[in-house]
Design a protein around this ligand. Sequence first.
Ligand code: SAH
Length: 427
Amino acid sequence: MTETSPARPANTGVRQTGPRTAPAASAPQVRPKTEGWTQKKDAEGRPLLQFASPKRGKPPVHLADLTPAERVEKVTELGLPGFRAKQLSTHYFTHYTSDPAQMTDLPAAQREELVGGMLPPLLTEVRRLETDRGDTIKFLWRLHDGALVESVLMRYPGRITLCVSSQAGCGMNCPFCATGQAGLTRNMSTAEIIEQIVRANRLIAEGGLGGKKADDHSMERVSNIVFMGMGEPLANYKRVMDAVRIMVAPQPDGLGMSARGITVSTVGLVPAIRKLADENIPVTFALSLHAPDDHLRDELIPVNSRWKVDEALDAAREYYEKTGRRVSIEYALIKDMNDHGWRADLLAEKLNARGRGWVHVNPIPLNPTPESVWTASTREVTTEFVRRLNDAGIPTTLRDTRGKEIDGACGQLVATTEDEAAAAAMA
Ligand code: SAH
């Protein structure tokens, strides 16, 4: 660069956009305010952020917590030949079974012990809710210590998606999300994350997922994973990444899935996004932005007090540069709060300022949490928001709100006291 060339800011050369306000004769601005519950605050009166997992008894170590070498080691410790580890892995990752009765290739006398030591039960099904067609199923699971988590299984034309949880509860305290309201119970283990997929695959293999076309005789299993269940995946970084590695490892060491079909979604923990970009696993990366201006995002996504909109977008752009994977921006459209035309324009401007073709936007109408008076944007406003982004050259597709009627849609996952009673009765 010569002396006379204009100074360019660091990284992507993006101007910091000053606070933009709505035009004079504008639509109303509703501010994020919790209804029907009180948001936990820290000593300074800001929404509480919980990054560290509270100390609780660890779940039992499971085959899916171990590397292939460690599996052999553990089987040997149990007094059995190491090659049994591979057989067990085949049962678990290829046939989706933890049932010793089905493992006829293992010596009958040692089966119980081997399975007890390597495939301890991790998830107890407490409740299962299905849509009318049976093509969407929500599972409520009880973990070994009584903590409750949910997963949602969805059939789409040509793919089967499982929305998995990565933490029991969530510490990110977003006022529009049901999961955050009770705070973080604990991080889930790698095997607890994986077991959600294995259980879903078992159900699919048994023909339990509806909506299948009569002429479709293909062997089916979960093809896509979205980390959009309970929890902030990047706040449980190591276990989530170990789980991703197992998802993509070829069978029988892992589930043999494609990394491209795995979406990691985050509120925007910038250092962790950078780490993710360096992993060399081309997962799809999604940033839950929900507002292009710090003024609103500070309230909507409390972690914005640490990492601002521009920092989160810079990290997202870097993810694209390092991986070549197009990034998704998640945007829940909330009536009169974040759905203004000028916000669509500002979002487009900030994305275009970082280049072309690196990003697409997924708006989704808000799923109101119980008791919330916030509502989804109207259809007209939604269409207009999408149109403005598309016109600005940002590919934008409205996401569906699958599973709404069974409280299985995005942001609706919450274990209620009623569920806790059901879980206690089964304990
Ligand atoms: N913590 C991660 C993943 C879990 S939430 C994250 O925030 O990305 C998955 C997605 O659902 C996020 O985009 C989240 O913002 C969105 N979401 C949460 N509550 C919602 C609601 N009530 N309506 C629509 N989307 C919601």
